[in-house]
Design a protein around this ligand. Structure first.
Ligand code: ZN
Length: 336
């Protein structure tokens, strides 16, 4: 295998490229085939449009002069052996799993497909930059994570794992609603969307700082404005970030104490937009609560920002396809 087509399914765009020798060639995008772009389609139709879109992407790469039989798909939901167990941002509620690998193999029998959960794919980008034991955390509109243990992603039965976004934090944020329908979850507080939600709580805690803040004259504070204010060292926004990051620090503390992971890589639109200040704030919060067994001077080296681009899933997917010796699932096995 020389080249592979790598595809990243996002909520807004489906992005695809050719992966060759650790690089991406001919990066393209098309609208994501989900319920947002096909509001009248039912679940079966959405899944059918998804397969059509993958076929069109392969056709397009052929038109562009590439002939790749290997296709890797980074998917936003839990995936087990090519079976999609859930896809809230793509297909909404699902009562049954969907045999995506099988459906692709039947439609496109001359291609071999590999399907990974998107955060797992992103983690593979960093596998060789670590000793294979680390946690990748994405801080964007929500919060997700995956733990890699001895160079394998660590998942429980039914591909469960990597849901720190839905771990309960509570406290003063116990009534803040999470996208999942419950309240007080880490993702409802520490995510890019979460930090917006807690402004009304934090401004009561620091009324003086809020009066002086760039955010004071805005009707509805958005994540974008918070990031902009942080770039201007706005005191209230720094306090807001410190408060919103505490649940994340607490979760990292639990992971360190429970399984001894000592490397955390932060990606996702919000963390990367805030930049080094995000890591500084997280380190400060971790030092305040302390990490059992870890010297306070070593905390700084435990957390780091990932690369500041949007190619984690595409590069990680390619890396997985070319370097994972356990990759054996092929369409022929499924049709046999
Ligand atoms: Zn939740």
């Amino acid at each position: 295998m020389k080249d592979a087509i790598v595809i990243d399914i996002g909520g807004t765009f489906l992005r695809y490229a050719i992966y060759r020798d650790g690089e991406l060639l001919d990066l393209n995008r098309t609208k994501s085939p989900n319920f947002i772009h096909y509001p009248d389609a039912n679940l079966g139709q959405l899944q059918s449009v998804f397969i059509d879109t993958i076929e069109q992407v392969i056709h397009q790469t052929n038109e562009n002069g590439y002939t790749c039989s290997q296709v890797g798909i980074s998917f936003p939901g839990p995936v087990l052996d090519g079976r999609v167990l859930g896809a809230p941002t793509m297909w909404g509620e699902m009562h049954d799993s969907f045999e995506l690998l099988n459906a692709l193999a039947i439609r496109l029998p001359n291609h071999t497909f590999t399907i990974l959960n998107d955060i797992t794919a992103a983690g593979w980008r960093y596998l060789n930059k670590t000793d294979g034991n680390f946690c990748i955390i994405t801080i964007s509109s929500g919060v997700g994570n995956k733990v890699f243990w001895n160079k394998e992603v660590l998942l429980g039965k039914g591909a469960l794992g990597g849901e720190i976004g839905h771990s309960y934090y509570g406290g003063e944020f116990s009534d803040v609603p999470c996208d999942c329908g419950q309240n007080g979850h880490l993702g409802a507080i520490s995510s890019g969307r979460g930090i917006e939600k807690i402004v009304s709580i934090i401004k009561k805690k620091y009324p003086e700082a809020f009066l002086q803040s760039m955010l004071n004259n805005t009707n509805k504070v958005t994540t974008h404005e918070i990031v902009e204010a942080l770039r201007h060292n706005d005191e209230f926004s720094i306090l807001l970030l410190e408060e919103s990051i505490k649940p994340l620090a607490k979760s990292i503390n639990s992971i360190v104490c429970s399984i001894g992971i000592q490397k955390f890589i932060l990606i996702g639109g919000f963390a990367l937009a805030v930049g080094p200040l995000y890591i500084d704030t997280l380190v400060k919060a971790l030092r305040e609560i302390g990490l059992f067994g870890i010297h306070t001077d070593d905390i700084e080296t435990m957390v780091e920002l990932g690369e500041n681009d949007d190619n984690h899933c595409l590069l990680g997917m390619g890396h997985y396809m070319f370097h994972n010796s356990n990759l054996k699932v092929e369409y022929k096995d499924l049709l046999a």
